[in-house]
Design a protein around this ligand. Structure first.
Ligand SMILES: Cc1cc2nc3c(=O)[nH]c(=O)nc-3n(C[C@H](O)[C@H](O)[C@H](O)COP(=O)(O)O)c2cc1C
Length: 215
């Protein structure tokens, strides 16, 4: 007996990709669909059930342009260099396609209709926190982010988890009025997707990365 339709569930889990070139930059995204996906994402687990998350949803064109500028400033020449290096070494590999797609997104980020920025409360963190503390903090926001991305995908929208604007964190905080003690953890460009037929990615089998009983 299965609890959910496995064909549907597994397709959702295995074909929710980082979407960049197939974001529909023309089609408006209703506020209601973002709210619905955020409502679902808040069902995700958090350490000590703290639910220290906040979400900044940016649709204002000037703010999106400013965020895109910070994203490109943060990226520097990293994406272009990585694309060239990967193409020289591997030809048209998965990596080369990822970087080509990432370069495209960096160029068009301002045109993506909605930018969603998940944030987490870090007020309780000590100076130079131990690694376990980072696991607790990041582990209390990324499950919700992934739920948000899955909920989008189920509704015909797409996103890509990005972090490059965080290299200009102070400027982004000033732009968005983020208070002290709150950390931005990502920027998700959100739009309807052009077509909905996304593929399962090539990954090494689970057996290659699984250690039963001990490493
Ligand atoms: C922590 C993290 C940071 C990422 N940062 C970026 C980014 O700044 N820009 C970008 O285009 N993609 C970014 N990605 C997306 C990855 O490139 C993408 O997930 C990976 O290439 C695999 O592709 P897939 O999600 O379609 O399977 C990030 C993903 C993660 C998990």
């Amino acid at each position: 007996m299965t609890v959910f339709d496995l064909a549907v569930t597994d397709a959702l889990l295995s074909t929710t990709r980082a979407v960049r070139k197939r974001l529909d930059l023309e089609r408006p995204v209703p506020r209601a669909v973002i709210n619905e996906c955020l409502e679902l994402s808040l069902q995700a687990p958090t350490g000590s059930n703290k639910q220290g998350w906040s979400w900044i949803v940016v649709t204002d064109a000037k703010k999106r342009a400013a965020l895109a500028d910070l994203y490109r400033k943060g990226a520097g020449s990293y994406l272009q260099d990585a694309e060239k290096e990967s193409a020289a070494q591997n030809g048209d590999s998965q990596d080369t396609r990822v970087f080509s797609s990432a370069v495209y997104l960096a160029e068009r980020l301002q045109d993506v209709p909605v930018h969603v920025i998940p944030c987490i409360n870090v007020e309780h963190m000590v100076e130079n926190p131990p690694r376990a503390a980072w696991a607790g903090v990041m582990g209390s926001i990324f499950p919700a982010i992934w739920s948000f991305q899955l909920a989008l995908r189920a509704r015909g929208l797409g996103s890509a988890l990005t972090t490059l604007h965080l290299r200009c964190e102070d400027e982004a905080n000033a732009l968005l009025g983020v208070p002290d003690g709150v950390m931005q953890v990502a920027l998700l460009p959100v739009a309807y997707t052009i077509g909905t037929d996304f593929k399962v990615a090539k990954r090494p089998p689970a057996s290659a990365v699984t250690h039963w009983e001990q490493w």
